[in-house]
Design a protein around this ligand. Structure first.
Ligand code: IPE
Ligand code: IPE
Ligand code: MG
Length: 250
């Protein structure tokens, strides 16, 4: 499919185009190591690729792209690597503040950002403020994100509301609980992509991916380009999404 026809299909409400694509951007370290470069070089290339993939998703008419940038488990890495990743994120956000607003991309952050370094927190708040009113395409960046941490955080918030008389356990629905998650307001991802070949969720979007189609590729994240995105979307179109029911396909 050409870019133009994809675009038109997306805007015309092509039910075969996911509204929300989630990506576990894995393989930066291996990408660098295979080139004899420090792992940090892979993270830099990965950040560049995020920009390219976000732009492609926007052009295709996808509404939401949610990416796993730093997990609650990634703190276990050597301090030098963690510091380098956080410094890169800071640099990336500083560069993005203007371009994202210009390119009409809303950036939202999911995760426990309160414990991140103050300069990074300030940039997150600035980016959020600058792009908040942008409608259309939204990129959600999961930073210090863990699916279990998100569920715990939601359970705490819900319990607090119950204690204050604002909510009741008897009336809790799945939709209402979703509203307590960091992802409140986002549709569930129809398609989850993992680069780098691992067949696991690594604590990503545990609640939201209950029925996502899972596309895993050995391609390392910095090499995941437009062709591979098209391949993942084509594969998604072939899926028979039954949600526990029976096939509606002949
Ligand atoms: C993913 O790439 C990026 C982060 C987890 C921050 P990795 O750094 O995990 O790369 P590999 O899996 O070691 O190749
Ligand atoms: C998942 O990748 C986290 C991110 C992409 C941010 P990891 O490299 O941390 O996952 P594991 O350790 O292989 O499960
Ligand atoms: Mg990895």
């Amino acid at each position: 499919m050409t870019l133009l026809s994809q675009n038109q299909a997306g805007r015309a409400g092509d039910s075969c185009l996911p509204r929300h694509v989630a990506v576990i951007m894995d393989g930066n370290g291996r990408w660098a190591q295979r080139r004899g470069l420090p792992r940090t070089a892979g993270h830099r290339a990965g950040a560049e690729n995020f920009r390219a993939v976000a732009t492609a998703c926007k052009e295709l008419g996808i509404e939401h792209l949610t990416v796993y940038a730093f997990s609650t488990e990634n703190w276990k890495r050597p301090k030098a690597e963690v510091d380098a990743i956080l410094a890169l994120l800071e640099q990336y956000l500083r560069e993005s503040v203007e371009t994202m607003a210009r390119d009409r991309i809303r950036l939202r952050f999911l995760g426990d950002t309160a414990v991140l370094p103050p300069r990074l927190r300030a940039l997150i708040a600035e980016t959020d403020g600058l792009t908040r009113r942008i409608e259309g395409f939204q990129a959600n960046v999961c930073l210090n994100y863990g699916g279990r941490a998100e569920l715990l955080h939601a359970a705490q918030a819900f319990t607090r509301d119950c204690m204050e008389g604002k909510a009741s356990p008897d009336n809790l629905t799945e939709a209402a609980f979703s509203g307590y998650l960091w992802s409140a307001g986002l549709p569930d991802p129809e398609l989850l992509i993992r680069t780098g070949g691992e067949l696991r969720l690594s604590n990503f979007l545990l609640w939201q991916c209950a029925y996502s189609e899972f596309y895993v590729t050995d391609t390392l994240w910095p090499d995941f380009g437009r062709d591979e995105l098209d391949r993942a979307l084509d594969w998604y179109r072939t899926r028979d999404r039954r949600f526990g029911g029976l096939s509606t396909k002949k």
